[in-house]
Write a protein that binds this ligand. Structure first.
Ligand SMILES: Cc1cc2nc3c(=O)[nH]c(=O)nc-3n(C[C@H](O)[C@H](O)[C@H](O)COP(=O)(O)OP(=O)(O)OC[C@H]3O[C@@H](n4cnc5c(N)ncnc54)[C@H](O)[C@@H]3O)c2cc1C
Length: 413
């Protein structure tokens, strides 16, 4: 299929699709996470006067997910619609294409996307390609882990975890589960970065607060265990803050096992590198990132599986291809290392890449990427459109989200 059929409201053609075909400059953004959405918003702003530019954002879901609060949905602290924002509300000029990206063909400059009940294919051609596809979970090939572990990366993951917690409380309370109560109420989280620690904190509070409502359960049945291969938890915050968080969690009943790895999982038995074995029916894996398979398949330079880009966030020797966020390796000239894969960085990289794409289109000067903490606050304040639509930032009207929100298994637009 050709570009003229590229739209997400049926396959008969729309004004968006027609303009995409005729357009002199076609910008395709892959991914609707922090990187993709901020790149789109910035491109709308930078190219608002250019009617000869078509911009399309392709993503699996039709909403932006605020991952830093995913654990609050998993632990029933927030309703799911408070951490999602519909792409169509956030984007005014950029076309949204909801589908699964199957392949990226850099040689012929198109991206193949499937959608619809029959998963039919569209080929979206581009002049500029912004890759913001994030990362996948790394299970390190450990025996049994991928089969049993839950992850905490998507809205589905958070919903599954929330359902799991409630189901296990109900099961453990039943008369016939008398010998199984502790394994049913033992929750092991592997990985002590932000995602793992926040998730475990949420689970711990939720389950301990809930047990008093179950006549056959007491707090002694509950075990919440955090496993880290590092010496301290939250290595991103440094040793002092990590140790502080560790003390606080321990005071709330969390068992913390550091400098230890999971080596295998068989059935409900979690095996550790120090020889310990933990009987637990819930294992949550927040211990590592692997490259997105689409990125892994690209024949371009990478570092640590992430696309190597220059200071303008462009891929050297592949004109018109840009990468940012968790799927990109960007050298920090000040430290000699690479910028970390965080939302904070993805947002700023997205703005920089978008401005550079716009500069190439309008013939302006490109600027190198640099993260300066002193400018971060001003930049955050300027992004009112994203903030205004999100309860975590300021007053989301929930019915707005419910109207637009679709998610497999919950309801479609
Ligand atoms: C639980 C959790 C908590 C976190 N907490 C924090 C925090 O407190 N602070 C912080 O700075 N960072 C935090 N992070 C990290 C932060 O979420 C990432 O660094 C950030 O999301 C990276 O943005 P991105 O755009 O590169 O990738 P993502 O936000 O992951 O976006 C990738 C996008 O690509 C889409 N996609 C991928 N493959 C396909 C495909 N084949 N077809 C169609 N679409 C596809 C995805 O659906 C998604 O929309 C957290 C992450 C998690 C998981």
């Amino acid at each position: 299929m050709n570009q003229a059929e590229n739209h997400d409201e049926g396959c008969g053609g729309t004004e968006d699709s027609a303009s995409s075909t005729d357009c002199a400059n076609r910008v395709l953004i892959l991914g609707g996470g922090f990187g993709g959405i901020y790149a789109a918003i910035e491109l709308e702003r930078a190219l608002r006067a250019r009617s000869d530019v078509s911009i399309t954002l392709v993503s699996r879901d039709n909403y932006f997910l605020f991952t830093p609060m995913l654990h609050e949905v998993a632990a029933s602290d927030l309703e799911m619609n408070t951490i999602v924002n519909p792409l169509r509300k956030m984007l005014r000029r950029v076309n949204t294409f909801t589908g699964n990206i199957e392949t990226i063909n850099l040689e012929r400059r198109y991206v193949a996307v499937t959608h619809g009940f029959d998963r039919h294919v569209h080929e979206l051609s581009y002049d500029h390609l912004i890759i913001a596809l994030g990362s996948s979970t790394n299970f390190f090939g450990l025996p049994g882990v991928q089969d049993v572990a839950l992850t905490i990366k998507t809205l589905d993951d958070a919903i599954e975890l929330r359902n799991r917690l409630i189901t296990h409380l109900e099961e453990a309370n039943s008369e016939c589960a008398a010998g199984q109560r502790q394994p049913l109420l033992t929750f092991v989280v592997v990985g002590a970065g932000f995602a793992g620690v926040e998730t475990l904190g949420g689970i711990n509070d939720f389950v301990r607060e809930a047990v008093c409502f179950y006549p056959n359960l007491t707090p002694e049945f509950v075990r919440t265990i955090l496993i880290s291969s590092d010496e301290f938890i939250l290595p991103e915050l440094g040793k002092k803050l990590g140790a502080y968080a560790q003390r606080k969690l321990a005071a709330r009943g969390v068992e913390i096992i550091t400098s230890t790895r999971v080596t295998a999982v068989s059935g409900s038995m979690v095996e550790l590198s120090d020889g310990r074995k933990i009987l637990a029916t819930t294992l949550i894996w927040a211990a590592g990132n692997a490259p997105n398979p689409l990125v892994a398949a690209l024949p371009i330079p990478k570092s640590g599986g992430r696309i190597l880009v220059n200071e303008y966030l462009a891929v050297n020797e592949v004109p018109g291809v840009w990468a940012l966020g968790d799927c990109a390796s960007i050298l920090d000239h000040k430290t000699g290392g690479f910028y970390p894969p965080t939302a904070q960085h993805a947002i700023r990289e997205a703005r920089c890449a978008a401005r550079n794409v716009a500069a190439e289109i309008v013939g302006g000067k490109k600027k190198p990427f640099g993260f300066q903490a002193s400018t971060a606050r001003e930049e955050d304040a300027s992004c009112s459109r994203l903030d205004a639509g999100s309860v975590f930032c300021k007053g989301l009207r929930m019915r707005d989200c419910q109207t637009y929100f679709h998610h497999d298994g919950i309801g479609r637009l």
